[in-house]
Write a protein of this length. Sequence first.
Length: 180
Amino acid sequence: MQPLTDARPLSISDQRHVEVVDFLHYEAELLDDLNERRWLTELVSPDIEYQVPVRETVERARGAGFSTTTFHLKENLGSLNSRVTRGETKYAWAEDPPSRVRHFVTNIRVRAHESNNGDLLRAKSNILIYRTRQSQTNPQMLSGERADVLRREDGQLKLLRRVVYLDLSVIGTHNLSLFF
């Protein structure tokens, strides 16, 4: 997991915090509404790094329990665009009909980036994704922490880096065709 910096999170009344919360809530709305193309073009930086490392069950002395070399997802703009494009075709069988998804984003903590670059902000948030498929009665849930770096590009915040630290070491879902 992302190490906690010495810096305290920004106050919730700080305009940068408010802007990041608005960004994350709007992102959740776009993804819940399956507006993935709009999410990609409006909110994602061309320089995106998007990772979901594999969780390992290890003793405390061995670290946080996330692989640094093995990932469920390790994406850039090209691979994210390919996923979105495939979902727009009739060949996305894993998601046709599409899942019904809700992103619950909580405990948002915003910090200035350690580079002291005013265009960069760090955001940590907890995520719960609730997904139902077709007529299944048992929902699928994924929870974890997101560690994001947001960069101001042309006056707008864009997602530059996202690492999702899932709580489960074994993912009980039939695919990862969703976006965190």
